[in-house]
Design a protein around this ligand. Structure first.
Ligand code: BDR
Ligand code: CA
Length: 306
């Protein structure tokens, strides 16, 4: 069992990642920290508390940064105004841990943990960027950060040059990439190959459990919005990042030096990866490059089936 900390901004796909983290026997979800992104911090926190209540998960929740490190907050648009629209069965939020800010909680937890810990980050990297600015002593206490973010190859015309989590807080992303921590970037190149479409809805419709029905409703809403905005099914961005704790073989990855475009006009917030080492700078990130979508879905269904 791998103990993890999850930093997220729910978001329908963050919600499914939380479900997987709670349900998988391979994961011990120690705590959840929230960040602004898909919605304001108040909403992503309330959504997190509602989701955990719904699934009976008692991991403590700590609220993190309300704004990106440098830029004004630009909210995501893929999940509706609440960040989790289309969810009729959500219970009231459970209790937020208010004694300490998420960034300081992460610092305390990492410094007192017997072993370096894994962090799964499925929102903008603001909390982690702030953590490394405020508490650089935590850097060697992190075994790995698996981060949903970035777009790297752009061979596929369905991929925008910028990905939301990085675009939302590009300075924080650059700090995290350059921190020296082992970072696995799970970007649009792989997450947009893991799509919920008609065959997935067919399988999901047969999962006759309360959780199956909730996940079904989330995905219906999410898929419809995705199709309207991008003309494709619902991409399992954050669930794929989380799934890599359970089964790292779902993706292949390659090392690269990754820089974030912090000044560009049209490529602002893009993750520019140097796979051939033309910059002569050592790789700072492992970039996920290929994915086995079928095996991902088998794992997802197995975790919500019983
Ligand atoms: C990322 O942005 C958010 O909308 C999703 O939750 C995911 O983390 C995808 O670009
Ligand atoms: Ca997210």
């Amino acid at each position: 069992t791998t103990p993890i900390l999850m930093d997220c901004d729910p978001g329908h796909d963050d919600a499914i990642a939380l479900v997987m983290a709670h349900r998988s026997p391979a994961i011990d979800l120690r705590a959840v920290t929230t960040v602004c992104g898909n919605a304001t911090i108040e909403r992503t926190t309330a959504n997190t508390l509602r989701i955990l209540n719904l699934i009976g998960c008692d991991a403590p929740v700590y609220q993190g940064c309300a704004n990106p490190l440098v830029r004004d907050l630009v909210l995501g648009t893929a999940d509706g105004p609440s960040g989790l629209d289309g969810s009729p069965y959500l219970p009231e939020p459970g209790t937020l841990q208010t004694d300490i800010h998420a960034v300081d909680f992460l610092a305390q937890t990492l410094m007192s943990a017997p072993e370096p810990m894994v962090i799964v980050a499925t929102g903008p990297l603001t909390n982690l960027g702030m953590l490394f600015l405020k508490h650089p002593e935590t850097i060697p206490k992190i075994a790995r950060i698996i981060s949903m973010g970035g777009a790297f190859w752009r061979r596929d015309e369905t991929i925008t040059p910028t990905e939301f989590n990085i675009f939302c807080d590009p300075e924080a992303a650059q700090i995290v990439f350059d921190s020296g921590v082992d970072v696995l970037m799970v970007g649009l190149d792989v997450t947009m190959k893991v799509l919920v479409e008609a065959p997935q809805f067919e399988t999901l419709a047969k999962i006759d459990t309360d959780l199956g029905r909730v996940v079904h409703d989330w995905l219906r809403y999410y898929e419809k919005l995705h199709r309207g905005q991008m003309g494709i099914g619902g991409a399992m961005h954050d669930p794929l990042a989380l799934a890599l704790v359970i089964d790292p073989t779902l993706v292949r990855s390659r090392p690269a030096h990754v820089a974030v475009d912090l000044t560009g006009t049209y490529m602002f917030g893009a993750t520019v990866a140097d796979f051939w080492n033309e910059r002569g700078i050592p790789a700072n990130v492992q970039v996920a490059s290929e994915v086995d979508a079928d095996r991902f879905f088998e794992l997802l269904w197995s975790l919500i089936r019983d």
